[in-house]
Ligand binder design. Sequence first.
Ligand code: ZN
Length: 125
Amino acid sequence: MDWAKYAPYFTEAEFRCRHTGKCAMKPEFMDKLLAIRLEYGKPLKISSGYRDRTHPIEAVKRSTGEHTLGTCCDVAVQGEDAVRLLEIALRHGITRVGVQQKGEGRFLHLGIGGGGLPNPAIWNY
Ligand SMILES: [Zn+2]
């Protein structure tokens, strides 16, 4: 994984598992995210990137979560920015979308799937 390719827009540190520090993001996803970031034109705040299977959120799941595949991330965004980001993301090949736009900690989950996950898919939290 060549993180230099994504500088100065994204760093590996932003995508590391908050539980283990590991990072296994897939270039296929990061290439799409970079294209999205360039069109969006503003910094993207990554609230969750890669998650190891031992991460508390993943450890309780019965099947493989997308964050453990390195093919998605959560972006802290809300309001008009969230609508615009979603519109751009869909045009750049994002096919799995999670929407949390209520109360504190609003974000969009953007992913490309893999590992037999339903695709395309959309859900709320
Ligand atoms: Zn997510």
